[in-house]
Write a protein of this length. Structure first.
Length: 660
């Protein structure tokens, strides 16, 4: 193997490792995976152009060599990781890890990640904070799926007789593939193999470029070839581009990803001796083992400190490389096939065991067990574990309006049992509308004529994000309000990140908010909007449970820093404060007990102050040790209980005005 390619592999795995260990410092390190993809594309192109693909046996030989390289170590690590998950992680984390371990056996982890990330209520399961020990295997799944199709690609390329045509073909794959990757929804594009093919094909392009250059060198005379170029200079510039991934400042990935892909391709094409390091080359040798083992160890042992985790990663990687990987690569197929079969069957038996055998059950101290039960009872979402009576009083209906109902983006739409009053009420927004639906309804004590709700992904009521289903859901919500003409409209949403951006002259977001407010005023008599609220991290309840199980003393770190949270939401609040001037039917719930904010209170009812204690926004009850926020960044039943005084005051205000 070329030294420069092994050194590139070493750089790539270092980037990935640093990103997973220090995600807030090495914010661009995830692009190390992109470097691996380009290298794989080049090596597969080199492998497949050295032989003709004529018969079925040629395909089988290719697949055997690929599976021989990947599968034995892969299935061993999956097996050991499943065991360690059930020994070192709390049982409240087993279900998700079991799902992903099963997907990993079939090399479709990336497809499960896509499924979870595209499902609003499962998105948190596919985040690194979920203690999902198999999450990193998405890239191995992409690679293996690529290996399945790459011989067919080169079978087709064989029909092109000249390397110039082959270079043109793979260059078009790269160019159009990148355009498609850029236009498709990010979570899907990130994990879908066909939308990553452009990076593999960048490696193809390097191979065909190298062949063209080699032929030109054979043909050239004393006259200098027009294809000569300063390779060392290009190599140095390319290496500098990859070095940008080590910077602690986030760089727009839409620009950095294609630059890193191009830089990797250029470095391979240059075949330079500049990048020569025995240490980097050795790290490249163990990069496959290190990639497989590093994330499970981080997910399970990060509580023991970064130094401990790094040492364990290095020892595990070096040991497995020398005692297992190097050994099985020397085996004949007669020994290797039984080994892989044994590992696969061992994984199958283990999957059954962890789901059915009581051997794996965990026993906690009584006080810890009670705390875990109380908190787990609040999962997955508040409206899923409400009293049966409350749930049954609200019925889902088929929407009349043009909401995006695909892929679970319509989260709730229907009506609750009629009341004995005169008010018609509509609660609408994103998932927080479902979070607050029954807590709001309870405060009216059936003193309404109708109570309807509508909850849709990326439906904020006052503004839409740039992607199409957010805009579609806003249009549909406005249609719903126009049709129902409610006496009271509640717009309940955790507001989008775009509102955190600096406020500009003639601010487009403020203009859109005002336009939507004026629209709602035409059709609703009264409008109550949830004000800005602190942004909670995903998997906060899991972090809380981990701290309980591990008997940590740093529980206070789980509360939000109030200054930082307010700074994040400052421009959201300012926009709402500016918008209130233009709203004649918006209402505010005054908060006399809260210290004054650095700018006027908003004309939207606010619940964030009930979580304030000194310089923190509380995320759990210290006395009862019960969380206020679930893993999907919604309020739990305990958190909603704190909001009841505000909701009661709002309901009383509405009912008093309706009697006048």
């Amino acid at each position: 193997m070329r030294s420069d390619i092994q050194c590139l592999r070493g750089i790539a795995i270092i980037l990935v490792l640093l990103f997973h260990l220090f995600p807030k410092l090495f914010v661009n390190g995830f692009l190390g995976v992109d470097v691996f993809f380009v290298i794989s594309g080049f090596l597969m192109a080199k492998n497949l152009t050295n032989r003709e693909l004529k018969s079925f046996s040629d395909f089988l030989v290719f697949y055997y060599k690929r599976f021989r390289r990947i599968l034995p170590l892969y299935y061993l690590v999956v097996f050991v990781t499943v065991v360690m998950v059930h020994l070192y992680l709390g049982d409240y984390l087993w279900e998700n890890n079991n799902r992903y371990s099963l997907a990993s056996l079939f090399l479709v982890t990336n497809q499960l990640v896509i499924h979870d990330q595209m499902d609003y209520f499962n998105e948190f399961l596919a985040k690194s904070s979920s203690a999902n020990a198999f999450l990193h295997l998405w890239s191995l799944s992409v690679e293996m799926q690529f290996y399945l199709i790459v011989p067919f690609i080169f079978y087709g390329l064989q029909l092109l007789k000249h390397n110039y045509l082959k270079l043109a073909a793979v260059s078009l794959i790269t160019e159009f593939g990148f355009i498609a990757f850029s236009l498709v929804v990010k979570p899907f594009a990130f994990n879908f193999m066909f939308l990553r093919l452009w990076q593999f094909s960048a490696g193809f392009a390097v191979l065909f470029w190298s062949k063209i250059e080699e032929n030109l060198k054979k043909q050239k005379t004393e006259k200098k070839s027009e294809f000569d170029f300063p390779k060392n200079d290009i190599f140095t510039v390319s290496l500098s581009i990859i070095a940008l991934c080590f910077l602690p400042k986030e760089i727009n990935v839409l620009y950095l990803r294609p630059l890193v892909t191009l830089a990797t391709a250029c470095m391979i094409a240059c075949d330079s001796e500049i990048l020569t390091s025995r240490i980097l080359s050795y790290i490249g040798d163990v990069s496959y083992v290190m990639y497989l083992v590093h994330w499970p160890l981080i997910a399970m042992f990060s509580a023991y400190g970064t130094v401990f985790v790094i040492v364990v990663i290095l020892i595990s990687s070096i040991t497995l490389y020398h005692l297992f990987e190097k050994k099985y690569l020397l085996m004949s197929w007669k020994s290797l096939v039984p080994l892989v079969f044994t590992l696969v069957m061992g994984n199958v038996c283990l999957q059954k065991s962890v789901r059915m055998d009581s051997f794996w059950n965990v026993t906690y101290p009584v006080d810890v067990q009670h705390t875990l039960i109380a908190n787990r009872a609040q999962l997955p979402y508040s409206w899923k574990y409400e009293e049966k009576r409350k749930r049954e009083e609200c019925t889902e209906e088929k929407p009349v309006e043009s909401f995006d109902v695909a892929e679970g983006k319509l989260l709730g739409y229907g009506s609750c049992v009629p009341g004995n009053g005169t008010l018609s009420i509509l609660v609408a927004g994103n998932s927080w509308a479902m979070n607050f639906r029954n807590p709001i309804r309870e405060q009216f004590n059936y003193n309404y004529s109708s109570f309807r709700y509508c909850s849709a992904s990326a439906s904020y009521g006052l503004i839409a994000e740039d992607f199409w289903y957010s805009q579609k859901n806003l249009v549909a919500l406005k249609q719903l309000v126009e049709r129902l003409k409610p006496d009271v409209l509640f717009l309940i949403a955790m507001h989008p990140h775009i509102l955190q951006s600096p406020i500009q002259d003639n601010d487009k977001y403020l203009r859109e908010i005002n336009e939507n407010i004026h629209y709602y005023e035409k059709h609703a008599k009264t409008i109550y909007t949830l004000g800005s609220h602190p942004l909670y991290p995903s998997n906060l309840l899991t972090s809380f449970l981990n701290a309980i199980v591990d008997h940590k003393d740093d529980f206070e770190d789980l509360h939000l820093n109030r200054r930082e949270a307010d700074r994040q939401m400052r421009n959201v609040r300012r926009r709402f404060d500016m918008a209130k001037v233009n709203c004649t039917r918006c209402h505010v719930s005054y908060l006399p007990t809260v210290p004054p904010y650095p700018f006027p209170l908003l004309q939207f009812f606010d619940v964030s102050h009930v979580f304030v204690e000194d310089d923190k926004y509380l995320t759990f009850d210290r006395d009862r040790m019960i969380g206020y926020v679930d893993n999907s960044a919604h309020l739990t039943g305990a958190g909603l209980k704190l909001c009841e005084p505000v909701l009661k005051r709002v309901a009383e205000e509405i009912m008093e005005k309706s009697e006048v």
